[in-house]
Design a protein around this ligand. Structure first.
Ligand SMILES: O=C(O)C(=O)C[C@]1(C(=O)O)C=C[C@@H](O)C=C1
Length: 362
């Protein structure tokens, strides 16, 4: 029987051959992306280098064809990065996100656009919108809802003032760590974190550190920065900030719900063609009379469209006047959706399609 070294050498020789083939194929793929860019430029189509519907189709296809042993998610991630690098050859994307560096929103931006995108931290959600509106960023990433804490009202309210579209969505599993320079939990005198994160870890904090004051700050990354500089303090933050600030993790994954997930929206100027598995978000308002909300929603049911979410927010136009954010499955270019929307529009005092976009793939 061959020795361990001989067996390993034989397998590594095979890996070397495969790597060379992979390299050649990846380079061929990248050259194709360059050719795509030349065609787009020749036709003056320079505003649509980024094609989220095409990316969603590519990711779904490779995940469907995946023979294993790597998981569909791993394969998806590898191809995500491959496309990100190919797109950067065509034109590097600038992505504004709710900063600072190390926030969950940055992690969501990188998950959605891959690591070849340039991420630009902004101080607040309205600055993300403004950066994209002004053309200083191609797209923006903002949080919209959390599975434990519910909707991020500020993001929804921004759509009342902004003309930007929703171009995509991405979901991120949120893990919170207790981190800091204190040698053990008993010596913690203050805990800093974003208000939402404190809420998402409330039960753990009540059980383990009930008497330690909890101090809300603007972001988890800011909490990490304070914990690094203030003796006795600790923070609740994510892996991104732990890595950036090199903070020791005192207790990992302290979120109360193990499947704690946040959904983020991609905002931009471009309408997105159908990808085959899409979601549409509407901003509507009904007339203030009995049964009007029901009448507003009826066309969706009549045309067999599945509504997945409805949120109401004060309209800002007067007391007790509300707007509704409605998500349903389907794309606005599909005939059934067009008919449903035409009917719905007749019942609405305010009507805007915020976007049709591929459902998050990864
Ligand atoms: O198909 C395109 O339009 C491309 O630009 C190629 C490609 C890819 O690498 O597959 C790159 C970027 C786009 O966002 C979508 C796909």
């Amino acid at each position: 029987m061959a020795s361990e070294q001989e067996q390993l050498q034989a397998i590594r020789d095979r890996i070397d051959v495969i790597d060379r083939q992979l390299l050649e194929l990846i380079s061929q793929r990248a050259r194709c992306a360059q050719d795509v860019a030349k065609v787009k430029e020749a036709f003056g189509d320079t505003s649509t280098f980024y094609r989220p519907e095409r990316e969603a189709k590519v990711l779904r296809k490779v995940m469907e064809l995946n023979p294993g042993p790597l998981s569909d998610e791993e394969i998806g991630r590898l191809f995500r990065e491959l496309m990100s690098a190919c797109l950067a050859l065509e034109r590097p994307l600038r992505i504004a996100f709710l900063g600072p560096e190390g926030t969950f929103t940055q992690a969501a931006a990188l998950k959605h656009f891959g690591h070849s995108a340039q991420t630009l931290p902004q101080r607040a959600i309205d600055e993300v919108f403004r950066d994209v509106e002004a053309g200083d960023a191609d797209y923006g990433v903002v949080p919209v809802e959390n599975s434990t804490e519910g909707v991020v009202n500020y993001t929804l309210d921004m759509f009342l003032q902004s003309s930007l579209n929703i171009c995509g969505e991405v979901q991120l599993r949120i893990h919170h760590h207790l981190a800091g320079l204190v040698p053990d939990l008993k010596q913690i005198t203050r805990i800093y974190s974003h208000q939402q994160s404190l809420a998402q870890c409330r039960e753990w904090l009540d059980a383990n550190l009930p008497t330690v004051p909890r101090v809300p700050v603007a972001s988890n990354a800011e909490a990490a920065r304070v914990a690094l500089n203030e003796p006795g303090s600790a923070c609740i933050t994510g892996q991104g900030a732990v890595d950036i600030y090199r903070l020791p993790v005192l207790m990992p994954n302290i979120e109360d719900q193990p499947d704690n997930t946040t959904r983020f929206l991609i905002i931009g100027k471009q309408p997105i063609p159908a990808s085959g598995d899409d979601r549409t978000t509407l901003l509507v308002s009904s007339y203030n009379r009995p049964g009007s909300l029901q009448a507003l929603l009826q066309p969706l049911a009549r045309y067999g469209l599945t509504m997945t979410r409805i949120e109401s927010r004060p309209s800002g136009r007067g007391m007790w006047d509300y707007v509704f954010f409605i998500d349903f499955d389907g794309h606005q270019d599909a005939p059934a959706v067009q008919q449903a929307l035409a009917e719905l529009r007749q019942q609405a005092s305010l009507f805007r399609v915020l976007g049709s976009y591929p459902k998050g793939v990864l």
